[in-house]
Design a protein around this ligand. Structure first.
Ligand SMILES: *Cc1c(COP(=O)(O)O)cnc(C)c1O
Length: 223
């Protein structure tokens, strides 16, 4: 069995009882993605729309493609026909564009709102007040072709496990809080909390993650 297949099987045993495994295949060749597929993996994550769209052309059509990276609005149209879940909706303007392209394709696109939980300035996303203001806005209520499935966040890149845990707790609390409000349409579909990657998935699962995004521990380190 290939190393990738072994990793897929091992991670699914660890993760799938409580959460969905998204195997993050960015920068890797399609032969690697096919190995993951052959081991039974159907959820793959990419961070660039163009790369994801090109890879998809020659891979099996029953793969669920997850967009996990910061997204340029002018490229949304390329993934709108097929994307399974966009984890990285980090601004009202992006949400509006996704809604428009979803409508053009006569579909509803599932989205997670990305929340800024890390200490680092560089991470994208809404902070708590921005999120609540947005969910209360008319602009948000006008979106008919987006389904908000949950929240996504990335913890600070640090060895300090207490810091990471604290940030995941903040995200989980916000997720629980939004669940109790009446701000969402189809609130019963608000079920996903995407948190955890290679370095911090164990903590994320302990703190209530329903979706982990694992790249290098499955496919090997990236250049
Ligand atoms: C690359 C990436 C991952 C996976 O990172 P690993 O540390 O390789 O597991 C997860 N989430 C996002 C948003 C990423 O960009």
């Amino acid at each position: 069995m290939s190393k990738i297949a072994e990793n897929i099987i091992r991670f699914r045993e660890i993760i799938e009882p409580t959460a969905t495994l998204v195997a993050v295949s960015k920068t890797k060749p399609n032969s690697d993605l096919q190995e993951a597929y052959d081991a039974g993996q159907r959820h793959l994550g990419e961070n660039k729309i163009q790369e994801m769209t090109e890879k998809r052309e020659t891979l099996p059509k029953d793969i669920h493609w997850h967009m996990i990276g910061h997204t340029q609005r002018n490229k949304v149209k390329y993934m709108a026909p097929y994307v399974h879940l966009i984890h990285s909706v980090d601004s009202p303007r992006l949400a509006k564009e996704i809604n428009k392209q979803a409508k053009n394709n006569e579909r509803t696109i599932n989205c997670l709102l990305q929340i800024h939980i890390a200490e680092e300035e560089s991470k994208f996303g809404f902070d708590k007040q921005e999120l609540l203001d947005y969910l209360n806005s008319d602009a948000f209520k006008a979106l008919e072709n987006i389904q908000i499935k949950g929240l996504m966040g990335m913890a600070t890149f640090t060895d300090d496990k207490d810091q990471v845990r604290k940030e995941f707790k903040v995200l989980k609390a916000l997720y629980d809080e939004i669940k109790t409000t009446d701000l969402l349409k189809n609130k019963d579909k608000f079920t996903e909390l995407s948190m955890g990657m290679t370095g911090d998935y164990e903590i994320a699962l302990e703190e209530g993650s329903t979706m982990v995004r694992i790249g290098s521990a499955i496919f090997g380190s990236r250049d």
